[in-house]
Design a protein around this ligand. Structure first.
Ligand code: SF4
Length: 97
């Protein structure tokens, strides 16, 4: 199954669909650190209640998504996870923070 097809299967259950989606990505302007932290925390709260969090994270890791909050992790947190797991991301089954 391709990553795109997999994406199609779970994305319609995403808790971030709709107006709240904008908090998952940086705004198109300079964002202060406190604003970024607040925005990311609000996004992560939505992710915590999302039924497809694991699918979302696995997808973002598989395609090396470089922007935004996916699966409850920021781009930096996903990069750290990828570096720590040294390419074994397909076996990720849960994320606890
Ligand atoms: S885990 Fe978060 S970013 Fe992923 S689909 Fe769910 S709410 Fe959206």
């Amino acid at each position: 199954m391709s990553s795109q097809h997999s994406f199609d299967l779970w994305q319609h259950l995403a808790a971030c669909r709709g107006p709240s989606q904008e908090i998952f990505f940086p705004p198109g302007r300079l964002e202060r650190r406190s604003e970024k932290r607040s925005r990311e925390q609000r996004a992560k709260e939505i992710c915590r209640s999302c039924a497809v969090q694991q699918d979302c994270l696995s997808y973002a890791l598989a395609i090396r998504e470089q922007h935004g909050i996916w699966g409850g992790l920021t781009e930096n947190e996903r990069r750290d996870l990828l570096n720590r797991d040294d390419g074994r991301v397909a076996t990720v089954t849960s994320v606890r923070r």
